[in-house]
Design a protein around this ligand. Structure first.
Ligand code: KET
Length: 398
């Protein structure tokens, strides 16, 4: 019956985490997965989230199913976080939001929804992107292509080439965009570039799909929502999947949402209805604890302030590590330009290290990063940044 099933080679990111944990070398450094670690190398439990959990425990009671679309309080908080409280689009009722199983669940529900209602549309993702984007959309039966994005020569965005490609796409093509903290490159569009992109999306009648997994890790919680707000302001209809995995350090709780900004309340009702139907067919309804966490942390004024400060501290620590790695590498290899560590945004840096150099870092120095050369800067700390810089300099210098 099952002999013909091919073996799963494993996911490149999760497999590397397993390899890291199995490595007996005590000095090992984990820069693989997109997880924020504190300066002691620990996964933080944010005080705002812990306070929310205490309240949730205190009021623990019956545990009915949530509705397919999730908890109303959590959904309203997500909308306010994305657009800013009191945004006219919210008052107009033209945003349809469902609580999802992390951003991944949101991306998947959106992909299935799009396959049902836009079956002839193809998906266009940045070159490069998070590998799972392609896997998820292809898994829903949609064709996936790439548009030009990262320019290895300049370390910037091939913005004109990106616009050229996008303006030539068939109407209703789906364009996956990283709202901030581009994974894997750390290279984002500037607000000016978003402002130039939006008319192109509109003129070509494209369907933007934003992935916002790192809100708060770029320039700030509101700053990182620039794309969401600018697209809404421009009157575009679009999808946005957002995550709290990183910003609340609740990876295993699977807190996320999918929102669709629509043209009217009537449209939003139709979209919400079919998103509910899509959820019912996949996992029926989302998780209650995840909903309560989001609703409490964002919905309680004190916890919200606390959380914003915690996110700012994580963002600042990453910036400090970027600077430390930059300075150390510049001292070790004075002829080279490591300015990209400072200009890139979010958890990730694209180092330009080749797969062979990445393999050497792992084998010879116990420094783990994925083979694209992406490092998770949030895995660096005061105790390992010098060692990491020395190891990188050694493989770069030879
Ligand atoms: N979108 C992006 C762009 C992303 O980098 C991740 C996770 C997710 C969505 C998933 O978010 P969640 O809400 O937890 O479902 N990325 C890291 C971990 C992973 O690969 O799953 C990473 O790239 O290392």
């Amino acid at each position: 019956m099952f002999e013909r099933i091919t073996p799963y080679p494993g996911d490149p990111i999760f497999a590397l985490v397993d390899a890291f944990h199995a490595d007996p070398r005590p000095e090992k450094v984990n820069l693989s997965i997109g997880i924020y670690f504190d300066d002691a190398g620990r996964l933080p439990a944010l005080p705002s989230v812990r306070a929310a959990e205490q309240r949730i425990l205190a009021e623990a009671g019956a545990k009915p199913y949530l509705p397919m679309e999730g908890d109303a309080g959590a959904r309203a908080q997500v909308q306010a976080l994305l657009l800013g409280a009191g945004h006219p689009a919210l008052a107009e009722g033209r945003v349809a939001t469902i609580q999802t199983i992390g951003a991944s669940g949101g991306l998947k529900v959106g992909a299935d929804f799009l396959k049902s209602w836009f079956p002839d549309s193809a998906v266009w993702v940045s070159d490069p992107t998070w590998d799972n984007h392609r896997a998820m959309f292809e898994g829903s039966g949609l064709a996936v292509h790439t548009y030009p994005y990262y320019d290895p020569a300049s370390g910037g965005v091939r913005f004109e080439a990106m616009l050229d490609t996008l303006q030539g796409l068939p109407p209703r093509s789906i364009v996956l965009l990283h709202a901030c903290c581009h994974n894997p490159t750390g290279v984002d569009l500037t607000p000016d570039q978003w402002d130039r992109l939006i008319p192109v999306l509109r003129a070509a009648e494209l369907l933007p799909y934003l992935d916002l997994a790192y809100q708060g890790f770029g320039d700030g919680i509101d700053e990182d929502a620039y794309a969401v707000r600018a697209l809404t302001q421009a009157g575009l209809r679009f999808f946005v999947a957002n995550s709290f995995s990183k910003s609340m350090s609740v990876y295993g709780e699977r807190c996320g949402a999918l929102s669709v900004v629509c043209g009217s309340a009537a449209e939003a009702d139709l979209v919400l209805g079919q998103m509910r139907a899509t959820v019912r067919r996949i996992y029926s309804s989302p998780a209650m604890h995840a909903a309560k966490l989001v609703a409490h942390v964002l919905g309680d004024a004190d916890l919200n302030v606390m959380w914003r400060a915690e996110v700012a501290a994580m963002r600042l620590r990453i910036a400090t590590m970027r600077l430390a790695l930059h300075d150390r590498l510049t001292a070790l290899l004075p002829g080279r330009d490591f300015g990209y560590f400072l200009s890139q945004r979010g958890m990730f840096s694209y180092t330009g290290l080749s797969a062979a150099q990445v393999d050497r870092l792992r084998d010879e120095c116990a420094v783990y990063l994925i083979r694209s050369g992406r490092i998770c800067v949030a895995g660096l700390n005061a105790g390992n940044v010098d060692r990491t810089a020395n190891a990188m300099a050694a493989v770069l210098g030879r």
